[in-house]
Design a protein around this ligand. Structure first.
Ligand code: G1P
Length: 266
């Protein structure tokens, strides 16, 4: 629920899913996360108050979040890892392919990454992960992939996957970022996947099992990803998003320029 300019980060993620043509959104939440459900629900009292004040701009904003998509919620009772969170969706999803979007990771709203991943799934079947090159010193923060080139320069075949490897043991510096398009087979595999890194059931490990059968491809993402779970990145996200907004940038950018003059480079 951390705001990025004037919306919680999770709303950008839901908007991204809807923008890629997905019209059924299931949020896996945990204890004391009711504020998320409330955010995507109608807020009658607030709407009435804004109506009475004839504040149409704010009224539209408030309604936007409740009109985005059909929202469903499942609670992950015990936080046993990302793979376990995905398993909580099995009954809702059934035997359809589905996308997983991690709430901390924002993708530049103008970037068609998820659409491209869905296209790749439609073309080849199997599952599709999003990969991004990171500094070799940072691979231990991510799932990391061994890849083989394909005819398309933004698509690779995944031949190996390791969750948060040591720098020396990483198969490459292609990191898994928080977007996945999964074949429903992943549920069967997850049920059999033992706890891995950090004692948690890892989606990366289940996908490795499918990759060993040649069923996982990666879309090589060269755009901008924002990790709102990291303080420095969160600050950058806020500044970058505000700087791209037509309603805010004309005032914000000149202010930022003046503000930064207090901090000349050493
Ligand atoms: C999760 C995944 C990891 C991936 C990362 C991307 O890790 O397990 O493979 O690289 O998201 O943000 P987390 O950051 O939740 O520990």
């Amino acid at each position: 629920m951390l705001p990025v300019v004037d919306k919680p980060a999770i709303q950008y993620v839901v908007e991204e899913a809807v923008g890629a043509g997905l019209d059924d959104v299931l949020l896996i939440t945990g204890r004391s996360k009711q504020s998320i459900e409330n955010h995507f629900d109608r807020a009658y009292e607030l709407e009435e108050a804004l109506h009475a004040k004839e504040d149409w701009g704010k009224l539209e904003k408030v309604r936007q979040s409740s009109e985005l998509s059909t929202m469903h919620y499942v609670r992950q009772g015990d936080p046993k890892g990302l793979g376990h969170a995905v398993l909580c969706a099995a009954q809702h999803v059934g035997h359809e392919p589905f996308a997983v979007l991690l709430g901390d990771d924002l993708i530049d709203p103008g970037d068609p990454l998820l659409k491209r991943m869905i296209e790749v799934r439609e073309q080849f079947g199997g599952s599709v992960i999003a990969l991004m090159e990171v500094d070799p010193d940072e691979v231990s923060l991510y799932g990391c992939a061994a890849i083989e080139a394909t005819d398309a320069d933004d698509v690779a075949l995944i031949t190996g996957l390791v969750e948060k490897p040591l720098k020396e043991e990483a198969p490459s510096n292609w990191a898994v970022i928080g977007r996945y398009v999964c074949d429903p087979d992943v549920f069967e595999v997850l049920r059999e996947t033992p706890p891995g890194r950090g004692g948690e059931i890892q989606l990366t490990d289940a996908l490795m099992t499918l990759a060993a059968k040649g069923e996982v491809r990666g879309v090589l993402f060269r755009g901008r990803r924002y990790d709102t779970g990291n303080k420095q990145e969160y600050l950058r996200t806020m500044v970058e998003f505000a700087s791209k907004r037509d309603d805010l940038a004309p005032e914000f950018i000149p202010w930022l320029r003046t503000f930064l003059q207090q901090f000349p480079e050493q």
